[in-house]
Design a protein around this ligand. Structure first.
Ligand code: FES
Length: 89
């Protein structure tokens, strides 16, 4: 899914940036490296939500997300993708 129309940035690109980064990715990093929010700024809310989502994620930011600790009765292990939970697009 396109997050930033002005710069044709996809959600997957943001998640890949998070996965490749050794430190926490901030909105400033998205703007500098991908151009997110560099023009009209309408993508800010969605981009911020993705970053928040990645910060809460216990799984692979690119493959998919699951809440830290997993879903009720479904433990999350490294590399686990919880079906239906915030799948990367
Ligand atoms: S939609 Fe991202 S800057 Fe316009």
């Amino acid at each position: 899914m396109i997050v930033c129309v002005c710069n044709a940035v996809r959600e997957r690109q943001i998640r890949e940036l998070v996965a490749q980064s050794d430190s926490r990715v901030r909105m400033r990093d998205l703007r500098e490296q991908l151009g997110v929010c560099g023009d009209c700024g309408k993508c800010a809310r969605r981009a911020r939500g993705i970053l928040r989502d990645c910060a809460d994620c216990a799984g692979d930011p690119v493959a998919g997300h699951a809440p830290a600790g997993g879903f009720a009765g479904i433990p999350v292990t490294a590399g686990t993708t919880a079906a239906g939970a915030c799948a990367a697009t």
